[in-house]
Design a protein around this ligand. Structure first.
Ligand code: MN
Length: 253
C-alpha cells in the first residue's frame, strides 16, 4: 500500500500588509500537520456556498485561531473588548462547520476554531472571561504562547483522553473568550481549574470533531508529547475516514 498523505483544508484570515489584503495563517499550524504526515492546504475566506464543494475534495479540516467572532452571530451585542469583526471569515467558517458536520469530515478546531463550530451549532461564547469572572485564571497569555501557563483536566472516555494519555496537563493560553452555552450535538471534554471550557467534542462516532481552546500547534516542539499526540490522533482519524471512503464501491454512473 502506498503511503497516504491526507489533504487537510486549513482556514486562514486576511491581513492588510504593504497596502494589500493577504491570506494569512500562522505557519506553526501547517508545520504541525506536516509533521503528523498530512498535507495542509491553506484555504482563503471564500463564498460560503463553496464550503461543501471544498470538503468533497479534502480528507479533513482544521479551523484555526484568529479574531473574535461577531457576537451578533450568536444573538448578543459585542462586548467593549471585542476585536474588529471579520464577518466574511465568520460566515465562511460557519458554512464550513455545517458542511463538515453534515459530511462527517474529520475536524480539528483550535481556539477561535472551536468557538466558530460551537456558534455554528447554536452555542454561545463568554465574550470576555476576565469581565465575566475576575477570579478566573489569566487566559490572555499571548506574550508567552510557547509555554504551558495553566492547568487542564480531561474527562475520561473522550477523544481527547484517548489522544492524550494524561488526565491533567498544562497548556498555553492565548484567548479572552471561551465556549459558554454548548451547541447541539457537542459536549465539553476539558476544563481548566476555574471551570473555563478548554475542550469540546461532537457526540457519537459519526463525526470525528475535536476542538481545543489552547494552541497545540505552538507546543509540538516541547518535551511533553501531549500536543504531538493530539495531531497524531487527528491524523489517525483522517486516515481511518479516508480508508473507509476508499473502500466504498464507486457509485453507479
Ligand atoms: Mn486558557
Amino acid at each position: 500500500m502506498p503511503q497516504i498523505h491526507p489533504l487537510i483544508a486549513v482556514t486562514s484570515t486576511t491581513e492588510v500588509l504593504r497596502n494589500l489584503p493577504r491570506v494569512r495563517v500562522n505557519q506553526l499550524y501547517t508545520d504541525a500537520l506536516q509533521r503528523a504526515g498530512m498535507i495542509p492546504v491553506v484555504v482563503p475566506t471564500l463564498d460560503p456556498g463553496l464550503a461543501d464543494a471544498l470538503l468533497q475534495r479534502v480528507d479533513g479540516v482544521v479551523f484555526t485561531g484568529g479574531e473574535d467572532v461577531d457576537a451578533h452571530l450568536y444573538g448578543q451585542t459585542p462586548h467593549p473588548t471585542a476585536e474588529a469583526p471579520n464577518l466574511a471569515r465568520d460566515r465562511w467558517e460557519i458554512a464550513l462547520a455545517h458542511a463538515a458536520h453534515d459530511r462527517h469530515i474529520p475536524t480539528l478546531a483550535i481556539c477561535r476554531g472551536v468557538q466558530v463550530i460551537n456558534i455554528a451549532l447554536g452555542g454561545s461564547l463568554i465574550q470576555d472571561i476576565a469581565s465575566r469572572e475576575p477570579a478566573f485564571l489569566t487566559h490572555t497569555r499571548s506574550d508567552d504562547r510557547a509555554h504551558r501557563v495553566h492547568d487542564l483536566s480531561i474527562d475520561p472516555d473522550t477523544r481527547l483522553a484517548r489522544a492524550i494519555a494524561a488526565p491533567h496537563i498544562t497548556i498555553n493560553s492565548s484567548h479572552h473568550q471561551s465556549v459558554d452555552t454548548i451547541g447541539a450535538g457537542l459536549h465539553v471534554v476539558a476544563r481548566s481549574s476555574d471551570g473555563v471550557v478548554e475542550g469540546v467534542e461532537s457526540n457519537g462516532d459519526d463525526w470525528w470533531m475535536l476542538g481545543v481552546q489552547w494552541h497545540p500547534e505552538e507546543l509540538v516542539q516541547t518535551p511533553e508529547p501531549w500536543d504531538r499526540d493530539l495531531f497524531d490522533a487527528f491524523s489517525a482519524a483522517v486516515r481511518a475516514s479516508t480508508a473507509l471512503a476508499l473502500s466504498r464501491p464507486p457509485s453507479n454512473p
